[in-house]
Design a protein around this ligand. Structure first.
Ligand code: FAD
Length: 470
């Protein structure tokens, strides 16, 4: 007879979402059991946000060193020490991962259970160590994993994913990146700016699923300046002694040899080994439990879901908010409450970053556009490229969304997400101070277009003229 452990909330998966859920259960005075086969640190710290941003940081340094001439600053030669680049990525990544593991280790022993869990009933889990868990409620927080299409599955160690690329000891000479989503775009551009000969392939026609055609054009110009891009192609791969040969057909055709292929074709949710058919909950067409994003509850059940596995917005801050909602509602079950979600927004850390906020152009009534090719401060800094589009609703010009690929877009994107979440209008934003000369001033022309299109005057305190380049 298997030993049965009892708790208020069993949490499957100790990533960002699971840890946030555990913390919410603890804060509400409940007893949580956090189950994970590895407790290796979160995806964010080990193979996700942090190592990718570390590689990107190195690429910024390389690009900055190569583009000083316009300021009259001569850097005779820029040499990339690939081993040192990858060493720093790993050292810093390992530090972040260690800190995450230490946080997990600080949890009381009876909160942590090192095992893999699967459902054997709506309130019952079997662990791969032979034990069982009975819980008043359960949070599924098992994350997601790279999807590798069959065409690339047999390439051995020449095939990389986000789980292996940061362990390379040196930068490759030639890299093929398959998939132009966030992960593919970020790593392709970073590698290219670090001197790697990168070719990006995608079966689709739109880079990074960018919603706005103007922003897509700007991104395409920027990316194709750094690397070769083949969109709308199908690929065949063959492993060679010293790398991989790729043949592609479609909108273009050709054949080329690469040292490695980075497969970045999506990260489906980790659901397969959970035996969800035993959980008694409805699943959608993709096998994901049907859930309410405002409570993270699956139907009326005592099962909650959080993080990438929920397949809503696979982003770190969303995983954290999911976990907090799921944990709080799981411990309070059946007294679940629905909470407002953050304004949705995502950043792809291309250079400059590509950002989307809230709703798209089709869902708005008024669009304001700002072009940064001649924007004052952007020109001063030599980063004057890209575009920003703002979407607003009638009748008052309330901001509902934006798309950006322009200088400082990760910061502008935050400001706009906060404005959207607070239901602010273009007029209200123009009533705020804009320091001169800043990249933020670039927002003004888009905001003015929106003000001009709604039956409201420009704000009283708004100067009609602009300082140079604002
Ligand atoms: C390369 C890359 C770059 C990224 N960059 C960004 C970024 O810049 N900004 C951003 O917001 N987001 C980024 N993300 C996304 C972000 O990392 C994820 O949204 C977030 O880490 C998801 O957290 P999670 O808790 O859902 O999953 P995870 O952290 O993966 O946790 C899932 C846990 O579940 C455990 N588990 C799985 N199955 C079982 C089982 N049966 N039983 C018990 N435990 C199980 C796993 O061991 C794991 O510990 C990036 C992702 C990648 C891959």
């Amino acid at each position: 007879m298997a030993e049965t452990l009892h708790c208020d909330v069993a949490i499957i998966g100790a990533g960002t979402a699971g840890l946030a859920a555990q913390s919410a259960v603890h804060a509400a005075g409940g007893k949580a059991l956090l189950i994970d086969p590895y407790f290796a640190g979160t995806t964010c710290a080990t193979v996700g946000c942090m190592p990718s941003k570390l590689l990107i940081a190195a690429s910024h340094a390389a690009h900055g060193a190569r583009t000083t001439d316009m300021f009259g600053v001569r850097v005779p030669t820029v040499t990339i020490d690939g081993k040192a680049v990858m060493q720093r990525v790993r050292d810093e990544r390992d530090r972040f991962a260690r800190l995450t593991r230490e946080n997990i280790q600080d949890l009381p022993d009876d909160v942590r259970m090192q095992a893999r869990a699967r459902f054997i009933g709506a309130n019952r889990l079997a662990l791969d160590n032979g034990q069982e868990v009975e819980a008043r409620s359960i949070v599924i927080a098992t994350g997601s994993s790279p999807f590798v299409p069959d065409a690339f599955a047999d390439l051995g160690d020449r095939m990389l994913t986000n789980e292996t690329i940061f362990d390379l000891e040196d930068l490759p000479n030639r890299l093929a990146v398959i998939g132009s989503g966030s992960i593919g775009l970020e790593l392709a551009q970073a590698m290219a700016r670090l001197g790697v000969d990168v070719t990006l392939f995608d079966a689709g026609k739109t880079l990074g699923s960018v919603r706005c055609a103007r922003v897509h054009d700007a991104l395409k110009d920027i990316i194709t300046n750094d690397l070769t891009v083949h969109m709308g192609v199908d690929l065949e791969a063959e492993q060679k002694e010293d790398g991989v040969s790729l043949r592609w057909t479609g909108d273009s055709s050709g054949q080329a040899a690469f040292d490695y292929v980075l497969v970045a074709t999506g990260r489906p949710p980790n659901l397969d080994s959970l035996d969800l058919d035993k959980a008694g909950i409805a699943l959608d067409d993709h096998g994901v439990p049907v859930h309410d994003r405002n409570s993270m509850q699956c139907g009326d059940s005592a099962i909650f879901i959080a993080g990438d596995v929920a397949s809503d917005l696979p982003l770190l801050h969303e995983a954290s908010q999911d976990g907090a909602l799921a944990g709080r509602n799981a411990v309070a079950f059946p007294a679940t409450v629905k909470s407002e979600r953050f304004a949705a927004f995502g950043i792809t850390f291309t250079s400059p970053p590509t950002v989307w906020v809230g709703k798209s152009e089709e869902e708005g009534v008024i669009t304001g556009v700002a072009d940064f090719s001649d924007q004052g401060r952007s020109r001063v800094e030599g980063v004057n490229q890209g575009v920003l589009t703002l979407y607003a609703a009638a009748p008052d010009g309330r901001l509902i969304g934006a798309d950006l690929c322009c200088p400082a877009s990760e910061h502008l994107g935050h400001m706009l997400a906060w404005a959207v979440q607070q239901g602010q209008t273009a007029t209200q934003l123009l009533e705020m101070p804009f320091y001169h000369p800043t990249i933020e001033e670039g927002l003004k022309s888009a905001l003015r277009t929106i003000c001009g299109a709604v039956p409201l005057p420009l704000p009283e305190n708004q100067d009609r003229g602009s300082p140079p380049g604002a």
